[in-house]
Design a protein around this ligand. Sequence first.
Ligand code: PMT
Length: 222
Amino acid sequence: AATGPLAGKKVVVTAGGTREPLDPVRYLTNHSSGKMGFAIATAARQAGAEVTLIAANPQITPPEGIQLVKVETAAELLAAVKAQFKNADILVMAAAVADYRPAEVAKKKIKKTADNQTMSLELVRNPDILKEISTIKQANQIVVGFAAETNDLIANAEKKIKSKNLDLIVANDVSQAGIGFNADDNQVTFLFADGRQIKTTIESKSKVASQLIDIISNKLQK
Ligand code: PMT
């Protein structure tokens, strides 16, 4: 049997960026590689947890020894998270989810026309996965979100921890080169529901991940 502070616990981690199709050959997405979420899944496994990793279009190879669920769109991610959350102790949402998707997915490749120098796309809102989870969350379940921000990092993260009803939010400045999207390193501020903050140094994503898993393990022991 597994040993470690999360032995006997089921942890669900999301990673990567959703893809929202426009037509059979094109999609809208973001720069998420999956590295941060994969590092968290690995750290949780090392802490003894049973881990399910829900990966949206990762750019790197998933870690071994972990149950992997592959998804593409935000809608598929929502369905997978809901299914896995039912018997989970901890959910960590590191995936970068598209807030909007094309209103219609064309069945055939969209063609350019000789006279149209511009074109408009109509987008519709995607469901907020963490908000939906907050409506089914039980008192003994821990839900951790991320906040990827280019400005007003802490103020925006504070808004998200409240609106998404989270136990903890990981505020991630994504405006700086060398950290955030697709980088091997990261620097984050862990922000608690009671307002406490812990800022890390710039360090590897696996170090950030093990700090996060330590914080979650300590929370469970209280
Ligand atoms: O994958 P990497 O290349 O390693 O990059 C890591 C990362 C920058 C993607 C990661 O550290 C990160 O910040 N992930 C969150 C990206 C994001 O979508 O942030 P957000 O501020 O837009 O969303 C806030 C939270 O709500 C996130 O936990 C997100 O997963 C969740 N969300 C967002 C939109 C939505 N429709 N439903 C959600 O649940």
